[in-house]
Design a protein around this ligand. Structure first.
Ligand code: HEM
Length: 515
């Protein structure tokens, strides 16, 4: 937690850096020749430095306040010692940033902080290194592989968790649904991407969670490189555990390849899970000559794929438990596919697809809007020339651009007066024959899967997993949250400090089978 960093010590160093900065001022951000309006609560000497070291939930509330105040205007962010910054709200600006990915990229601001955990992996890489990993990912996430996921792999791991819940469905035992979702996505990614049996309750997962929290703190604490000298031992140890797991994935894959005398390309029409297992790691080994980079890439894909999807399911179920009408609507939609079955009958899970269950897909999108698994994005102007955003904001080289998906998802200007309420219907259109379809919003308005050339590669995979799991669990079980007052839409559940959005304390529920 950033809380263990002494705010006073940080403030003192910020003050020193500010004075130095005032003596030798750098280039300033301007719009129409004028200074930008400052973000709320900007202090005279430390700028927004103290805002950023507060608890992340308070930070989200602050970003939401800034969004309301801005009315799409770009605001100035200042933190002494850091490059000049802006807080982006206008989708027009975001569209421009996505289109000009070559100049608005991760930059040293992100890479320096994320290096220990992500190394040369796709999340941190640019240029040829990025292209090779993206191509390997596209092979893994091919239409053929997604069909095997839908028809074979996901039903297998989901059925395993349905049986797990049935055994605990006396209405008394407490089950952490976040763990349950994490187990599904971990087993799925383990088998399909790496051909390995993976589970969540291992040292790697604990170490990764800690390292993700420690890395996220670096984005909040401008003096992280100093404070970590004193407080960073556990982060360093966690990163070492994570890295050794990456090495293990690669060594195992190399061993498997050596055992196959003539490795064959999987038949594109196959439905055999074993045939396509390990597609990702094999494509990475084919494309990238050095093993440490393959290990980084493998770890990046694992964290991009499993945590985000499991967390989005956690928030979706939290919201569904608070809105029984929406939960009933999901059940009605599933029943319309399986009219003559009762909730306890076994069903062909592969029928539960995003195409056949638009309302259930809308539940996912509405949860993602309110609880985006990647709640904040940072890019940097990496060109040595200034750049001008569509609203006229002129950014000097090196400027840092921030947008907060948490706040953008709650924007009244974008989503209307009921922006804070959970209403899956907002995503649906009905044609003359009564058929419902999901209405997509532009990536600039709804950047939950990012936009432009670096948009999320796993969007279809995430949709397929989420819809099948929501539909199957809603049909088969009643859940009762143990820790939450009914009727309060998620505001009282917070997330842990992390690069993503894990629910702090998990989603503890009592389960009953529906009959
Ligand atoms: C609901 C679930 C998911 C959400 C909300 C999500 C969101 C995102 C976002 C915001 C980014 C951009 C991150 C950045 O570079 O700053 C991203 C990138 C990425 N995602 Fe996802 N993701 C999800 C699921 C998945 C899944 C299941 C996979 C499959 C393995 C995946 C693979 C990737 C990859 C490889 C990238 C890097 C793309 C690139 O830099 O070219 N994601 N995702």
């Amino acid at each position: 937690m950033a809380a263990h960093v002494s705010s006073w010590a940080v403030a003192a160093v910020l003050l020193f850096l500010l004075i130095r900065h005032l003596i030798a001022p750098g280039k300033k951000i301007r719009r129409d020749g004028e200074k930008l309006r400052k973000a709320p609560d900007t202090l005279p000497l430390v700028g927004n430095g103290l805002t950023f070291i507060q608890d992340r939930q308070k930070l989200f509330t602050w970003f939401t306040k800034a969004e309301r105040m801005a009315d799409y205007e770009t605001l100035e962010l200042t933190v002494p010692s850091l490059p000049p910054g802006v807080l982006i709200h206008d989708p027009k600006n975001l569209e421009y940033i996505f289109k000009h990915e070559a100049i608005f990229s991760k930059g040293s601001f992100v890479k320096d902080r994320a290096w220990d955990l992500f190394g040369h992996g796709i999340i941190n890489a640019d240029g040829d290194m990025w292209r090779a990993q993206r191509k390997a990912g596209a092979a893994f996430l091919s239409t053929a592989n997604l069909r095997v996921l839908q028809d074979v792999a996901l039903p297998k791991f989901l059925k395993d968790r349905i049986d797990y819940l049935k055994k605990r469905s006396d209405g008394k035992q407490v089950v952490d649904l976040q763990d349950v979702f994490h187990e599904i996505t971990t087993q799925l990614m383990g088998k399909m991407a790496y051909n390995m049996e993976m589970h969540t309750n291992d040292d790697f997962t604990t170490a990764f969670d800690f390292a993700s929290g420690g890395t996220a703190e670096r984005f909040q604490n401008p003096l992280w490189f100093i404070t970590e000298i004193f407080t960073g031992a556990r982060l360093r140890k966690s990163v070492a555990i994570v890295k050794s797991y990456g090495d293990k994935i690669v060594s195992q894959a190399i061993k498997d390849r050596q055992q196959l005398s003539a490795p064959s390309k999987p038949d594109p029409t196959t439905t055999d899970l074993d045939q396509i297992s390990g597609t990702l790691i094999n494509s990475l080994l084919d494309a990238i000559p050095d093993k440490p980079t393959v290990a980084d890439a493998a770890l990046n894909y694992l964290s991009a794929g499993r945590d985000t999807t499991a967390q989005s399911l956690t928030w979706a179920f939290h919201l569904l438990m608070q809105t029984p009408g929406c939960l009933e609507e999901v059940r009605k939609e599933v029943n319309s596919l399986l009219p003559s079955s009762s909730p306890s009958d076994p069903i062909d899970l592969s029928l539960l697809t995003p195409q056949s269950l638009p309302y259930t897909l809308a539940v996912l999108y509405e949860s993602l809007r309110l609880f985006p698994p990647i709640p904040m994005e940072i890019k940097q102007l990496v060109s040595d020339q200034p750049a001008t955003l569509p609203d006229g904001t002129v950014l000097p080289p090196n400027s840092v651009l921030v947008w907060c998906l948490w706040a953008m998802g709650r924007s009244v200007k974008t989503w209307g007066p009921g922006a804070e309420s959970f209403r899956p219907e907002r995503w649906l259109a009905t044609d003359e024959k009564g058929k419902r379809t999901l209405v997509q919003r532009s990536a600039a308005e709804f950047p939950v899967f990012n936009g432009g050339p670096r948009s999320c590669l796993g969007k279809k995979m995430a949709e397929g997993i989420a819809v099948m799991v929501i539909a199957a669990f809603a049909r088969g079980f009643e859940f009762e949250e143990t820790e939450v007052e009914k009727g309060k839409l998620g505001a009282e559940r917070t997330s842990k400090t992390s690069l993503t959005l894990p629910m702090d304390g998990g989603l503890n529920v009592r389960v009953r089978e529906r009959r």
